[in-house]
Ligand binder design. Structure first.
Ligand code: AMP
Length: 147
């Protein structure tokens, strides 16, 4: 059975290019719809929710910046068959799972750094997304660029 709706999760760094390219190839070869998602993590979450200052302005800036980067991606990939382009606040694993369920996606594509040692213990978004995923998950290996 070919995939029908692929969701590609992007962190909006330059590393998201190979992830998008792979998802796009799969969408074309399967004749699937391709949707894209980026999640802006609440700053309070990063600081353990215990910060004695108002982060709302910074948070808005972060959201606006992500919006701009998504627009740049759309220009860079004009042929990208983006069914829907989602930008939400939250925790990546939870939001990706929710969206995959809601949009009836049958494949989620994420990048993976193939971590070792301590970094492996700390986990990764790809690992997080895999656990309890409502559909197949493809982790695209991201190779570190030579300096
Ligand atoms: P990381 O484990 O954080 O290095 O991220 C690995 C992959 O997880 C990225 O290549 C993206 O596919 C996905 N990812 C990480 N952070 C986000 C985010 N905030 N929104 C959507 N996808 C993300």
């Amino acid at each position: 059975m070919p995939y029908q709706h692929i969701l590609v999760a992007v962190d909006l760094t330059e590393e998201c290019d190979p992830v998008i390219k792979r998802a796009r190839e799969l969408a074309v070869s399967n004749g699937a719809k391709l949707s894209l998602v980026h999640i802006v993590e609440p700053m309070a979450m990063a600081f353990g929710g215990d910060v004695p200052m108002d982060l709302s302005q910074l948070q808005q800036q972060q959201f606006d910046q992500a919006k701009e980067r998504l627009e740049t991606l759309k220009v860079k990939y004009p042929d990208l068959v983006v069914g829907d382009c989602h930008l939400t606040y939250g925790q990546p694993r939870q939001e990706i799972h929710n969206l995959a369920k809601k949009s009836e996606c049958d494949l989620v594509v994420v990048g993976s750094h193939g971590r070792h040692g301590l970094a492996l213990l700390l986990g990764s978004t790809a690992n997080d997304v895999l656990h309890g995923a409502p559909c197949d998950v493809l982790a695209v290996r991201l190779v570190k660029r030579a300096e």
